[in-house]
Design a binder for this molecule. Structure first.
Ligand SMILES: Cc1ncc(COP(=O)(O)O)c(C=O)c1O
Length: 440
């Protein structure tokens, strides 16, 4: 396919610019109309292979899951908004019971909200009550936990996201195990994951007492920050630090969870458990929902301390419930597809890394895969323009992609993606990379 911007597309984008507050639009003119499995179509009927899952939401296929659609339709005719934080209702309770079966033993409490940022806000607030008199939080450079003021205080992915809005809550940021560009200028594995020791040796020794720290927030695989996969020992050491000091370890699974890495929880890839998990994005199968899931032993909070209007909304719950039924029924197949299709993409990417100077690093678990572009393999100078050019060229060839970090692209097709779509998508991607690489 060769994409052409039609007058209709141009008009909508112009109208959008007039009335919509500026946010984060991609550098290509995609005006979406509908989706179907591995594909999305624009208003002119152009067909695209989707390697974005619409920002990690359609893990079960782009609007394709019939059970989710039917569940939403059926619920619409009964009741949509249920005022669940004030009145009682069974669907959110039943869904919470079902959701908890996906978590390790000992997880027994759920708070529903509408988004990832709210799920993290709830984790922050609940932890302050679970751990009285602990006023500080620890989060990582490169982290993205949301854009409302509490979760934004934890976020440290891009300056543009935080500029204008400080000062922030009491968060101490520490280096993440970004081994391709080690923040401590060391090499893995000889470093012994010194970046985890840094937490104890620096902030917890010179800045705050460990018993003043309520939470450590971590994305098991950093998402917006550049799809960065830390070594297992790093995550295990951080977990140990939290356990030793009674700090609540919060795993932000908003992007990495819900089968994205082949497992329901990405943290399971690292052999540790969190104390609180947060989820959103794919949880609702396309309908907004957030969830904060806590260890029963952490306790509860007093009435009125935290609530919202739409949490437990029956429509969102119906969608999430149908999606989870699908996951539970097909979990083995989803796991093996994420593993097999992920391996196929990684193989192609590793071959590309050998061939093209601008492909600096490739990394991922399951179908949570990132490619980092550089100007030169030797200098590792960020290839932001190269990344942008590859995203645009891929779009022109019928492939939807999203950037992340300073110069990376995430490859996150639906977890249900077919081999044929992966192959066609990777062919388009490689062609785009080849053309951009050749222009240098
Ligand atoms: C890891 C992570 N946490 C939180 C959020 C915020 O989610 P939302 O945009 O639904 O508020 C995101 C969004 O990209 C995310 O990737």
């Amino acid at each position: 396919m060769v994409f052409k911007v039609s007058k209709r597309i141009k008009d909508i984008i112009d109208r959008d610019k007039k009335v919509m507050i500026t946010t984060t639009r991609e550098p290509y003119p995609f005006v979406v109309e509908r989706g179907d499995g591995d594909f999305a179509y624009d208003i002119d009927g152009n067909k695209f292979i989707d390697f974005t899952s619409f920002i990690g939401v359609y893990n079960m296929g782009v609007n394709t899951n019939r059970q989710i659609r039917e569940a939403i339709k059926a619920q619409v005719d009964r009741l949509s908004h249920s005022a669940f934080l004030d009145f009682h209702g069974e669907p959110p309770v039943a869904f919470a019971e079902k959701l908890l079966t996906m978590f390790p033993k000992g997880f027994g409490k759920v708070f529903f909200s509408n988004s990832g940022t709210e799920a993290n806000e709830a984790a922050l607030k609940l932890s302050r009550i679970f751990k009285q008199k602990r006023l500080y939080n620890i989060a990582f450079y490169g982290a993205f936990h949301g854009r409302t003021m509490g979760s934004l205080s934890l976020t440290a992915a891009k300056v543009a996201q935080k500029w204008h809005f400080g000062p922030y809550n009491n968060t101490i940021h520490v280096p993440f195990a970004y081994c391709y560009r080690c923040p401590l200028k060391l090499e893995y594995p000889s470093c012994g994951v010194a970046c985890a020791d840094y937490i104890v040796e620096q902030p917890l020794s010179h800045e705050v007492a460990p018993q003043e720290v309520a939470t450590i927030f971590m994305e098991p695989v950093q998402g917006e920050g550049g799809y960065i996969v830390p070594p297992k020992e790093f995550v295990q050491k951080v977990r140990k630090i939290a356990s030793e000091h009674g700090i609540v370890f919060v795993a932000d699974e908003v992007q990495s969870g819900y089968m994205r890495t082949g497992k329901f929880l990405a943290l399971d890839n690292f052999g540790v458990e969190a104390d609180v998990y947060t989820m959103a994005k794919a949880l609702g199968g396309g309908v907004p929902i957030g969830a904060t899931i806590t260890r029963t032993s952490l306790g509860d909070i007093p009435p009125g301390a935290h609530a919202n209007t739409f949490g437990g909304n029956f429509l969102a719950i119906a969608a999430a419930n149908a999606s989870l039924d699908y996951v539970k029924k097909n979990q083995k197949q989803l796991e093996s597809n994420a593993r097999a299709m992920g391996a196929l993409i990684m193989k192609r990417l590793n071959e590309m890394k050998e061939k093209y100077e601008i492909v600096g690093d490739v990394r991922g678990i399951g179908l949570m895969i990132g490619v980092e572009f550089v100007k030169s393999k030797k200098t590792k100078e960020f290839g932001a323009e190269e990344r942008e050019a590859v995203v645009k060229k891929s779009f022109d060839k019928g492939l939807l992609l999203l950037g992340c970090g300073p110069s990376s692209i995430r490859l996150i097709p639906p977890v249900t993606v077919s081999k044929e779509s992966v192959t066609k998508g990777m062919d388009a991607f490689e062609q785009a990379v080849k053309e951009v690489n050749g222009k240098r």
